[in-house]
Ligand binder design. Sequence first.
Ligand SMILES: Nc1ncnc2c1ncn2[C@@H]1O[C@H](COP(=O)(O)OP(=O)(O)OP(=O)(O)O)[C@@H](O)[C@H]1O
Length: 568
Amino acid sequence: MEHPLEKRYPVNAKDYNLYEEIGEGVSATVYRALCSPLNEIVAIKVLDLEKCNNDLDGIRREVQTMSLIDHPNVLRAHCSFTAGHNLWVVMPYMYGGSCLHIMKYAYPEGFEEPVIATLLREVLKALVYLHTHGHIHRDVKAGNILIDSNGAVKLADYGVSACMFDTGDRQRSRNTFVGTPCWMAPEVMQQLHGYDFKADIWSFGITALELAHGHAPFSKHPPMKVLLMTLQNAPPGLDYERDKRFSKSFKDMVATCLVKDPKKRPTSEKLLKHHFFKNARTSDYLAYTILHGLPPLGERFRVLKTKEADLLVQNKILYEDKEQLSKQEYIRGVSAWNFDLEDLKSQAALIQDYEEVSNAEERDESRKQRDRYNVVGLSAERMSAETASNSIAATNQEDGLSDLNDLESSLASFPIKPLQALKGCFDIGEDDECANRPNWKGVIRSESEQFITMSSRAMDQDAGRNVDENSGQSSSLPRQVIPEYKKFLSSLLIPDNAFSLKKVTGNGDRDFPQPKFQSERNHSGPLLYRLRRETNNPSSDDASEGAVVRRGRFKVTATDLSPKAMAV
Ligand SMILES: Nc1ncnc2c1ncn2[C@@H]1O[C@H](COP(=O)(O)OP(=O)(O)OP(=O)(O)O)[C@@H](O)[C@H]1O
């Protein structure tokens, strides 16, 4: 066990020289740095407190947790302190960086099974430790699995961790919506009964798929759609045909984790005994197999960033289509999409808009999908959600991606539970009058359709227009909303200096460079929606606690996540 407490890490920025950038998160940039008094290389995560919205509590939790834990597979912070409006978290520097970066750089199709078994066994040991000590990590994913030069594996990032033994406010946090959608357990999305450490087991299963394929299931979809797919589809897994290269025990281990009912998932302790982990090897093996020959972390990070910047430019030239560009942004998506309430509201308000501007290819696919159902004598619309998800699982093994491409049909079979889930986050306007309204699209309205109609009407009312003006408008959004959304999509601007790498040196409280444009985060909601809020929609800021805001099809009531004073 390491005992870095024996060393006293200075808590003053002037004692650290910041070198190159080695990673970026939603609200932080990570630098390689030198701790001058100790002459030691460290990693420093610099969080811009002004950009952390109302998640100061989360940051405080991360820092507190990081400094208390003591396990070889859990990354422990050396110290933390504020510098200007930034919080600096000083950590051991993990020379290999994250599994995500290693994959993106050298293994885009994912790792071999023995590598995966070795990585996952170490992560599982970390989870056993955290769960035993009452912590739910809540953000298990390849981006948070760090590797040292000797192949040691550590689970990092407590940005969203929660302590199960807490009560009151912090306990309440387990009923809120945090994490990264592709990795997020259905019960976390649903928010019906809260959740426990089994949520980490689901994320662990998703991470196993991520390491196997180079990306998480559903990763090419926007966050709100990921929610729908996770809730509606059968759980993702390793496929018998497509994943021939993987053993039966790997497939079985993943299937054990990805069970929708959390009670049926194993505990981390039990999972560690699964025979799949008998294939795990040593850390030397890891170092030799996946780190050997890689350039230094900073160099890799720079290359990845440049590649992504190039990709963006190419896309821009190729498509000259802002919606498409935005979609590409999503596709490259890496990870964190922290569900702050504002983002959720924006997501919810935009979900239909997004689909309405989705490309023809998706519509074709969805048509094909409907044809498939018709071939077997079933109408997609008439299938129950459960039947639909089972059929989807049976007919589509490509991550279950293609079957929900048409949101109209997915909402038509939208089961009641996700509605309740959304109700957990939004006070969805329910209005008796809606029963008297003309049928939407001339069909017998399902609950979800009523929901869309009602909400759409609410929006119409907001716009001061006669509802009936729009009643024949199929699922179209009110005219004034679409331009706003398009404006949002086209607001995806990259600052000229977005991808420049600067060598910076820490120097007390002097101006510190802001974490730059988060190129890796472009899939993620926060960046997109923050941009939208900041640049195009200043009025969204008035969604203060308890305020009722009508935006898009939802009437939403902000009920939690109020900012709290930060004491670091
Ligand atoms: N101690 C460290 N040593 C080496 N690289 C690190 C270290 N900490 C973080 N990184 C790199 O920086 C990246 C960003 O880390 P960070 O914890 O801010 O974000 P994240 O976990 O990927 O996303 P988020 O926390 O925003 O969900 C990591 O994915 C990793 O590649």
